[in-house]
Design a protein around this ligand. Structure first.
Ligand code: FAD
Ligand code: UDP
Length: 395
């Protein structure tokens, strides 16, 4: 294939760009990925022995309020009616998470009304006075007060981020809803569900277009292969969705990434924990949560006497680890400014996706950002022959 566009990374961002460029502009797209499969971190496999779908890079729950994204993804898969609910095991007791009136009343052994609970939390976050919360701790305490923050958030976050929470952005805790009702759904979005035939079926369907060729187990930085950075950049337009610091040989420093070790266990019981996700917010338990995959698809026929779980251990990513979450401390944000400048100067290369922009993207955000990149950067180029203007890594 003589491609019109090379996409580095077959995750949801790269696949959306490839699918749109092939379909809307009738162009040839070559997608490469260093892994042996498409789908990036959303990839899953059906375990042949039990029929249980295992999310290989951590649990992935699809949710969005973006109509365009919802319409788009429904072209490739239907979704089940799954609604995510999480529990958290603290001090030998199980509570609903995210924090809601049920959690509050169980924790304080009370029967507060919504207004009484609000008043209590206001009192318990009074230490902040009128100050606008500026970091993770201040935001957390302002939302739920000190006692609930210490019980459910402080140690969990220490295990998950291993970073002084005063250096973490307030956005991270803002992702979790806090509700003064008994509604314990994890997400607030209009649409939610899991791909009926599994993630891999969905992701492969996106790549299934005569204008798209996928080349796996191919590293963009391996100069011995024909699609390497040295061979491609400057000759063919590129959309790069790998880590931005790696693209520039770490010349502005190493951005902080967090990775997760998943400890898989196959158990001879039909049901291990009774729910898909149990969080462990106490300091004396080394992992952050346990996933039990069978509960994501109660509608499926699976082995009744076996189950598969993952214990998640979080730590800083080293060079050979998968970078999953941007840590995003003030130092990281400073370095990112330098990478944005470098990105803007890199002719013919657009940076996108979670790794390429160093942003916490959920799947729907990655897809939405990819659709915008196609509209704003690739359509003018492929439809009207305009030069490809790099928007830097914040595109
Ligand atoms: P990725 O999926 O990371 O894809 C990037 C691809 O680029 C990878 O396949 C990688 O192999 C490839 N690549 C990198 N470098 C190179 C190179 N040098 N050469 C070739 N290929 C390269 N989102 C939700 O909506 N709901 C969830 O519940 C959810 N849970 C998550 C849980 C975990 C543990 C993680 C890590 C993420 C979760 N997400 C969730 C986020 C979701 O995974 C991302 O939004 C999505 O993967 C972003 O897609 P992407 O294409 O930007 O990146
Ligand atoms: N969090 C926590 N306790 C929990 C769940 C979440 O302290 O039981 C914090 C943690 O810092 C996490 C953040 O809230 O990173 C956002 O939660 P989310 O479920 O979005 O976590 P993710 O795994 O996506 O980081």
């Amino acid at each position: 294939m003589n491609p019109d566009l090379v996409v580095v990374g077959a995750g949801l961002f790269g696949l959306t760009v490839a699918q749109q460029v092939a379909e809307r502009f009738g162009r040839k797209v070559l997608v490469l990925d260093r892994r042996r499969h498409v789908g990036g971190n959303a990839y899953s496999e059906i375990d042949p022995e039990t029929g249980i779908e295992v999310h290989k890079y951590g649990a992935h729950l699809f949710h969005t309020s973006n109509e365009r994204v919802w319409d788009y993804v429904n072209r490739f898969t239907s979704f089940t009616g799954y609604q995510h609910r999480v529990y958290t095991s603290h001090g030998g007791e199980v509570y609903p998470m995210p924090i809601n009136l049920g959690t509050i009343n169980q924790f304080f052994r009370a029967a507060y009304s919504p207004d009484e609970a609000r008043a209590l939390i206001r009192e318990q976050s009074a230490e902040l006075g009128d100050k606008e919360p500026e970091n993770f701790v201040e935001k957390g305490v302002s939302l739920i007060g000190r006692p609930l923050y210490e019980a459910f958030i402080a140690h969990y976050t220490a295990k998950q981020w291993q970073t002084d929470p005063e250096k973490l952005s307030a956005d991270i805790i803002s992702r979790l809803p806090v509700r003064f009702t008994y509604d314990n759904r994890y997400f607030n979005d209009t649409y939610e569900g899991l791909p009926t035939r599994g993630y891999t079926h969905w992701l492969q369907t996106m790549a299934d277009h005569p204008g798209i060729e996928v080349r796996l187990e191919t590293d963009f930085f391996d100069e011995s292969q024909d699609l390497s950075k040295g061979n491609v950049v400057g000759n063919v337009p590129v959309v790069y969705t790998g880590p931005v610091d790696r693209y520039f040989d770490y010349q502005a420093g190493r951005l902080g990434w967090r990775t997760i070790d998943l400890e898989e266990e196959r158990l001879d019981v039909g049901d291990f924990q009774g729910c898909p996700v149990m969080n462990y917010p106490d300091a004396d338990v080394p992992f952050t949560r346990i996933l039990e995959f069978r509960h994501f698809h109660p509608e499926r026929d699976m082995a009744k006497d076996k189950t598969i779980i993952h214990r998640e251990y979080s730590r800083f990513a080293g060079d050979s680890d998968e970078p999953y979450y941007p840590v995003n401390t003030p130092e990281d944000r400073q370095q990112l400014l330098a990478y944005r400048d470098l990105g803007r100067a890199e002719q013919g290369v657009l940076f996108g996706g979670r790794l390429g922009t160093y942003k916490y993207f959920d799947m729907h955000m990655a897809i939405g950002a990819a659709l915008s990149m196609v509209d704003n950067k690739l359509a003018p180029h492929f439809e009207r022959g305009e030069a490809l203007v790099s928007g830097g890594v914040d595109a």
